[in-house]
Design a protein around this ligand. Structure first.
Ligand code: IVH
Length: 720
């Protein structure tokens, strides 16, 4: 990487050769170098303010790589070596996907696959028609969207957060599996071909051998090596790495050349792509399960990593009718292979305090490889889990508790966080230590810890600091969420900087971030170690850029419990403006029934969220934070779902039985066209669609003078 630096590295004592280090010495140095590399990466990439020369940085990397090459067991998913080239976004241009890149729901058990198929059958309400599925291996690589205009490749983008990815066109052009020009005389003017970039297992092993010999980066698994190879600033490095591409999906298409998923796969082949040869058309659940079984048997022999199989409804018109729930399609499912397990020793247990003050015990493990990834931290959930008591009070692991020093069985399934599933009692050493859950918060206030109440008023398993808003850990965690990528996304305000600013009293709550520049004459950030004039200027610019913020991001950034990104989006779309949401929040906090019912009528919002929003606005401390913050920022109204349908923005209630479609499909169609579907009739309802058997809701509609439609009238209204 090309670096410009303002200071040469400090002269240091010569270090012993890596070959002469003992394992223990190497481990200490590996950790120190990892920290140093991370700090310099941050200074260079995020703050554009390198503190060491290119040569000094390369020397750090080389020594670090040499240690990992000699002790590959030190390589973990968190190691900086795994992030080589995974330059923090900002270095690659961002690309907004014409259609979002979403993901699939995961299933592990056979019943889930049966439920999936059953749900589709009910949703489509088919009469004796068979549903065929395309069954495909689930490639464990990186998803990629390739945009062709007039048949020519114009952009290649990574998935990113699904809405926006990174522009890796120059690197993708070096892959021989990706045609620069689509074959065939008549291809649609716009074609977005999606699929997976992967590295074969053989190429991965050979690359690691080469890297080991040259003191280069050692990768933990083929997926990481594919990611590292692709996200290089220098595309000649990508060109030297053997990457493959399988096409299996599409994004924007100006015209659909085929009517089925399997038809599209054959079309991709005609255009010059590779597609997975194991793909098969299946006509029943049993055929899907047999496919899963067969592919699992072949898994070890395949030359590329797969982590399950994917089922997709073959007919594209049915896929369109089925649509999406939140961020996953109803028409597709990833059926994963069972979790992989390994044994290791639990070295320690630490407590992490979260944004809402909840305590999570984290197990520190002797690093172990599970399913191709090195695991060294596992969540231990709560005090009861460690003691061997399950959520329902029943024994967990047949009642075996977890002690420090125990040999434990660790399990990891796909992207799921690793878990301890058992303790090997025969291997328990005499000096294994029981873990005593802290009674006080580890923060400077040493406040008492209580166990949360459950919804039924009993003592729950989760421990929480009682420091509430005074607990510094909670404040720091909230600030971290506030600045994170999916909230305010303030570049240059990473977790370490936030913790530092908080400890120095520079930023104590979100509004302080926006007054930093004005207060800097006193603070003098540029004089703080690690900062320079350029980095301070960049930081202030990044903050300024975020003074205008989308409503959904703003709601998410407030950090209300149970309000994640999807819920924040649902609230933003439901209320449209900050003013409307804020007013509703205050009324809900006051227990106003009508406001609660209105919130309840919003898609994806239920009791838990309503209670949480009410609790948030009921706290004067929170109201203060919000008041000071809203003076600093401009909150943009939410984009209403684009629709020119007659029902866009209207509230609809379905009652009685429908004959041409299921209630689920009717609801999904109405929402897709921009309507709000409610469960109860009020004076705000625009239409009640009543089928045979409609009862009290019909009477309510008549009482409020709401238009009542038959199913056919409804279908005419929406033009279907
Ligand atoms: S279809 C709406 N097909 O698995 C999502 N995905 O969670 C359409 N993947 O992000 C994706 N093999 O990276 C699809 N044959 C396949 C796949 C596949 C691997 C990955 C992909 C996606 C994730 C789905």
């Amino acid at each position: 990487m090309a670096k410009t630096a303002n200071k040469p590295a400090k002269a240091a004592k010569p270090l012993p050769a890596v070959a002469d280090l003992t394992k223990a010495q190497a481990k200490v140095e590996h950790k120190r170098l990892a920290l140093e590399i991370e700090t310099n990466d941050r200074l260079y990439h995020q703050e554009d303010a390198p503190k060491i020369t290119d040569a000094a940085y390369d020397a750090l990397r080389q020594r670090f790589n040499a240690i990992e090459a000699r002790f590959p067991e030190f390589v973990s998913a968190e190691s900086p070596s795994q992030k080589v080239g995974a330059v923090p976004s900002g270095k690659f241009k961002k690309v907004r996907h014409a259609l979002p890149m979403l993901s699939l729901d995961n299933a592990f058990a056979e019943e889930h696959v049966r439920d999936f198929v059953g749900r589709i059958e009910r949703f489509l309400k088919l009469k004796d028609e068979e549903i065929a599925f395309s069954a495909e291996p689930k490639i464990d690589g990186l998803s990629m969207s390739l945009r062709y205009e007039g048949g020519e490749l114009v952009t290649a983008a990574t998935r990113g957060d699904g809405a926006e990815g990174e522009d890796v066109t120059a690197n993708i052009r070096t892959l021989k599996d990706v045609p620069q020009k689509l074959k065939g005389r008549k291809v649609p003017a716009i074609c977005e071909v999606r699929g997976e970039v992967y590295m074969t297992k053989q190429a991965f092993l050979a690359l690691n051998e080469r890297q080991k010999a040259e003191g280069g980066t050692i990768f933990a698994n083929p997926r990481n090596s594919a990611a590292g190879s692709l996200r290089q600033k220098d595309s000649s490095i990508t060109a030297s790495r053997p990457l493959g591409f399988f096409a299996y999906a599409w994004g924007e298409m100006s015209e659909m050349p085929e009517a089925t998923q399997t038809g599209m796969i054959h079309w991709f082949e005609r255009c010059g792509f590779h597609t997975n040869p194991l793909t098969k058309l299946c006509r029943s659940v049993d055929e899907l399960l047999a496919f899963h079984h067969r592919i699992e048997e072949q898994r070890a022999k395949l030359d590329y990593d797969i982590d399950g199989v994917v089922y997709k409804v073959d007919r594209i018109d049915w896929q369109q009718r089925l649509g999406f729930v939140s961020r996953t399609p109803r028409w597709g499912l990833a059926h994963k292979f069972p979790a992989e397990r390994a044994m290791t020793v639990l070295r320690d247990i630490e407590i992490q305090v979260g944004r809402t003050g909840s305590f999570t015990p984290v197990g520190k493990l002797e690093p172990v490889g599970v399913g191709g990834v090195i695991v060294q931290n596992v969540t231990l959930h709560n005090e009861d889990y460690i003691k061997g008591i399950g959520g329902d009070g029943e024994p967990l692991r047949e009642g075996r508790d977890i002690r420090i020093g125990d040999t434990v069985v660790v399990q990891r399934a796909g992207d799921v966080i690793p878990q301890i599933v058992d303790v090997v009692i025969d291997k328990r050493p005499k000096d294994a230590k029981e873990f005593h859950f802290p009674k006080k918060c580890p923060c400077s206030l040493h406040t008492d810890v209580v166990r949360e109440e459950t919804a039924t008023g009993e003592e729950g398993a989760r421990a929480r600091c009682t420091g509430e808003f005074a607990c510094p850990y909670q404040k720091i965690e909230h600030l971290k969420l506030f600045c994170s990528r999916r909230a305010f996304d303030i570049e240059g305000l990473g977790e370490k900087q936030i913790a530092y600013f908080f400890e120095q009293g520079i930023v104590k709550e979100p509004a302080d971030i926006f007054t930093l520049a004005a207060r800097n004459a006193k603070i003098k950030l540029e004089e703080i170690e690690g900062y320079g004039e350029t980095s301070v200027k960049n930081l202030f610019n990044a903050i300024e850029e975020r003074r205008r913020i989308a409503l959904e991001r703003f709601i998410y950034a407030l950090g209300m419990r149970h309000v994640g990104e999807t819920t924040a989006l649902a609230l933003a779309r439901g209320y449209g403006s900050w003013q409307a949401f804020h007013d509703a929040g205050l009324k809900v906090a006051d227990g106003d029934e009508e406001s609660m019912a209105d919130m309840d009528a919003l898609d994806q919002i239920g009791d838990t969220v309503i209670k949480s929003v009410g609790a948030y606005f009921g706290e004067s401390h929170n109201r203060g934070i919000v008041e000071r913050l809203t003076k600093q920022v401009t909150i943009l109204d939410a984009e209403k779902p684009k629709s020119n349908s007659a029902i866009a923005g209207k509230t609809v209630v379905f009652t009685g039985s429908l004959e041409k479609m299921t209630r689920d499909e009717a609801k999904a169609t109405a929402e897709r066209l921009g309507a709000k579907v409610s469960g109860s009739v009020s004076k705000k309802t625009d239409y009640v669609v009543a089928g045979p058997g409609a009862g009290s809701k019909l009477a309510e509609a008549q009482k409020h003078g709401v238009s009542v439609l038959t199913e056919d009238e409804w279908l005419r209204l929406i033009g279907e």
